[in-house]
Design a protein around this ligand. Structure first.
Ligand code: NI
Length: 183
């Protein structure tokens, strides 16, 4: 499968409400495989379809418990059906490289969705996985973590966000370019 360029902050698709799937086509399955490849290549712990330019309600989350085991959760049409507690923790986003901020989210969640075989399921998670699922579902609703920062924090990032937006406008494949510059 393919590693696709990540849509950066400023790309209009990141602000769109993604579409619910009524069936899972072969094309969707290819898309999911691409999402997983793209997430791991860029060392992400989660990815939403709009981040690779497809406005569909699909998220992938890395739920590996140790560095050596990789396990990927795919949730189609994900929904949070129950929450408990609140926790502040630092977050970043592949679409907004080089930025981080403390975001308050539900500590534990129960989420529902459909897996790649079209079967409905529910999961109860806490910790990082819970946070990542909430972050990725936000992407499906056009919400980015920087929207949840205080005015002051966002102002501190203004120049960075402006720069990323200019890369988005020029359709720069940020991670491919960064890798080339490493060599
Ligand atoms: Ni993100």
């Amino acid at each position: 499968m393919s590693i696709l360029p990540i849509k950066l902050y400023g790309s209009p698709i990141l602000r769109k409400k993604a579409k619910t799937l009524t069936e899972i086509s072969e094309k969707d399955k290819d898309l999911i495989a691409d999402m997983i490849d793209t997430m791991y290549t860029n060392c992400g712990v989660g990815l939403a379809a709009p981040q690779i330019g497809v406005s569909k309600r699909i998220i992938v989350v890395d739920v590996s418990t140790t560095e050596n085991s990789t396990e990927t959760m795919v949730i189609i049409n994900p929904e949070i059906i129950k929450t408990r507690g609140e926790k502040m923790h630092e977050e970043g986003c592949l679409s907004i490289p080089g930025t981080k901020g403390g975001i308050k989210r539900s500590e534990k969640i129960k989420a529902s969705g459909i897996n790649i075989d079209g079967i409905e399921f529910e999961v109860e998670v806490d910790g990082l996985v819970s946070r990542v699922i909430q972050h990725e579902i936000d992407h499906l609703d056009g919400i980015l973590f920087v929207d949840k920062l205080s005015e002051q924090e966002r102002t501190g990032m203004k120049n960075k966000l402006k720069h990323i937006s200019s890369l988005a406008r020029d359709n720069v494949d940020y991670y491919a370019t960064a890798k080339k510059e490493d060599k």
